[in-house]
Design a protein. Structure first.
Length: 262
């Protein structure tokens, strides 16, 4: 386990789910943590308290990544507090749950709202953090989704936003090198309240069970699983940039097979 004492990570959308799991994991390894949240201060404070139990300095920074002004302030507050920045995890995300066949269920505004957080937000955070990360030869992870690779998920707007984020990761990998590495993780089904609230408990449980039954590894993801892969890219992959990692228990390999003899 890499000792991250003296390092600092800024994680957007870190009051719950993957962001919170990543904050706890990095804190357990000695990393200072800046926890960004948009609305859920109570939840963010609970995550910060857990991080502090690991003996690390932890900062709460409220802000909406859809706002460039907020992005610049979030980064400035983190750097002002810690003195430097080593890692950025662009985890904040949003969606609207609409069946893909329901084209009338999505408006242009829905696309704008989802892109603002899922695609433009990470770009704005990277732009704000760039000089500090170049100075420390730091690393970035964008939390994308299997939706952006195989076009499944909560809505077509979400699919498009995550596909765009994967393309953005590739483009940024070129321009940030050689000082800064940037990669994206693309989780499949992740157990937790975000999906449960969006889908409803009955649909959530059906999808969870179906995913585990079909995936070659026979399981879904937890937020802690994704956090482990984020930590790998941040701390243990000095020669990897521009990568898009599918974390889906092999589900993409589970496509229907042709009949025997064909």
């Amino acid at each position: 386990m890499t000792d991250l004492s003296g390092r600092v990570a800024l994680i957007t959308g870190a009051s719950s789910g993957i962001g919170a799991a990543t904050a706890r994991l990095l804190a357990a390894r000695g990393c200072g943590i800046a926890i960004n949240f948009s609305k859920s201060r109570t939840a963010a404070e609970a995550v910060a308290a857990e991080c502090r139990k690991s003996g690390v300095d932890t900062l709460l920074v409220q802000g909406n990544v859809a706002s460039d002004t907020d992005c610049r302030r979030i980064v400035d507050e983190a750097v002002s507090h810690f003195g430097h920045l080593d890692y950025l995890v662009n985890n904040a995300g949003t969606t609207k749950f609409v069946a893909h066949k329901d084209l009338a269920g999505l408006s242009a505004q829905d696309f704008h709202d989802i892109y603002a957080v899922n695609t433009i937000g990470p770009f704005q955070m990277v732009r704000a953090a760039e000089p500090y990360l170049r100075a420390t030869k730091g690393a970035i992870v964008n939390v994308s989704s299997i939706a952006g690779v195989v076009a499944v998920g909560s809505s077509l707007a979400y699919v498009a936003s995550k596909a765009a984020l994967n393309g953005l990761t590739l483009g940024l990998a070129r321009v940030l090198a050689p000082e800064v590495r940037i990669n994206s993780v693309c989780p499949g089904f992740v157990e937790g309240e975000w999906l449960k609230q969006g889908m409803g408990e009955t649909a959530y449980e059906a999808l969870r069970a179906g995913w585990a039954a079909m995936a070659p590894l026979g399981r879904t993801n937890t937020a802690a699983d994704i956090a482990e892969n984020i930590a790998f890219f941040l701390t243990s992959a000095p020669n990897i940039t521009g990568e898009t990692l599918m974390i889906d228990a092999g589900m993409r390999l589970a496509a229907p097979r042709p009949p025997a003899g064909r």
